[in-house]
Design a protein around this ligand. Structure first.
Ligand code: ADE
Length: 248
C-alpha cells in the first residue's frame, strides 16, 4: 500500500512513523508512506498556503491552488481515495479502517486553521473523515491515527499470529482481561481457569469475559455485534435486556 500525506507540518509525522508497527511495516515493504510539504506548491515568494475568509470573520482558510496542484502532481491519472481530514467528515471506526485497508493507495489532505476553501471539498476530495467529535488544531494527528489503524490491518504487519481480526472492535466486542506472569502479584491471583490447560474452558471463559466487559462498558455495541445463540443466552443471564442484530 502507498499512503501520501499533504500537510504544512511534515515534521510532525517523523517519530510516529518511525516506531513500532508502522516502522516495521515500512521496513518490510508493506507500506510506503510519503509526506509532502504543501508549501512546495505555493506560488508566491512567501510560500503562502492560507488566506483570510471572504465575507470577513476570524481565522485563516487554506487556499485551493497549492492543494489542487499538489494532489494533481502526486496522484497521476489514477482514481484514488482523496481524503480530507475534518471534524465535519464521516466518523472513523474500525469498519472504515478495514475499508481503507483494501485500497492500494490513499491520499490524505491535512486541513489546518479554521478550514479549507470549500472548492477543495466539492471538487477534489472524494471522502471526508473525522476521528471523533472534538476539534484538533489540524488534520495531522487524525492522519496519523488513521494510518496507524490501517497499517496494522495489512497482512504481515503484526509480527504475531493473533490476527488483527481478534482485536476489540474488529469482533464487534471489547476484549476481556489479559494476564501475564507472575500468577500472583501483591496477593492478586490470576483466574484459575487460565492455568488449567483446558483449552475449551479457556475459550469459553474468554468469550464470556468479552461479553461481560462489552455489556458493562459499551452495551450499545451489543446491538450490532455478531453473536451466537450461546452468546445471547449468556448475555440475557448477565442481565442484558436490549436488542440483538438481525442475523445474516
Ligand atoms: N481536524 C480537526 N479536528 C479533526 C477531527 N476531529 N478529525 C479529523 N480531522 C480534524
Amino acid at each position: 500500500m502507498r499512503i501520501d500525506i499533504l500537510t504544512i507540518f511534515p515534521e510532525m509525522f517523523q517519530s510516529p512513523f518511525d516506531a513500532s508497527i508502522i516502522k516495521r511495516a515500512r521496513e518490510k515493504g508493506l507500506v510506503d508512506i510519503h509526506t509532502y510539504n504543501l508549501r512546495d506548491w505555493a506560488t508566491d515568494k512567501h510560500k503562502t498556503t492560507d488566506d483570510t475568509p471572504y465575507g470577513g470573520g476570524g481565522g485563516m482558510i487554506m487556499k485551493p491552488e497549492p492543494i489542487f496542484a499538489a494532489v494533481e502532481a502526486i496522484k497521476d491519472e489514477e482514481e484514488i481515495p482523496i481524503i480530507l481530514l475534518t471534524p465535519q467528515g464521516r466518523l472513523f471506526t474500525q469498519e472504515v479502517a478495514e475499508e481503507l485497508a483494501r485500497h492500494d493507495r490513499l491520499l490524505f489532505i491535512c486541513g489546518r486553521y479554521e478550514g479549507v476553501d470549500e472548492r477543495i471539498r466539492q471538487h477534489l476530495a472524494t471522502d471526508e473523515i473525522s476521528i471523533g467529535d472534538y476539534v484538533l488544531s489540524g488534520g495531522e494527528l487524525a492522519a496519523m491515527v488513521i494510518t496507524d489503524a490501517v497499517v496494522r490491518l495489512l497482512p504481515g504487519a503484526l509480527g504475531y499470529e493473533r490476527a488483527a481480526a481478534e482485536d476489540s472492535h474488529a469482533t464487534g466486542l471489547l476484549e476481556g482481561p489479559h494476564y501475564t506472569r507472575p500468577p500472583e502479584f501483591r496477593g492478586w491471583a490470576i483466574p484459575e481457569v487460565l492455568t488449567s490447560g483446558h483449552h475449551a474452558k479457556v475459550a469459553e471463559w474468554r468469550r464470556r469475559q468479552a461479553l461481560k466487559r462489552t455489556l458493562e462498558r459499551r452495551p450499545d455495541m451489543l446491538a450490532r455485534a455478531r453473536l451466537s445463540s450461546q452468546d445471547k443466552r449468556w448475555l440475557r443471564e448477565m442481565g442484558y435486556a436490549g436488542p440483538f442484530a438481525e442475523e445474516d
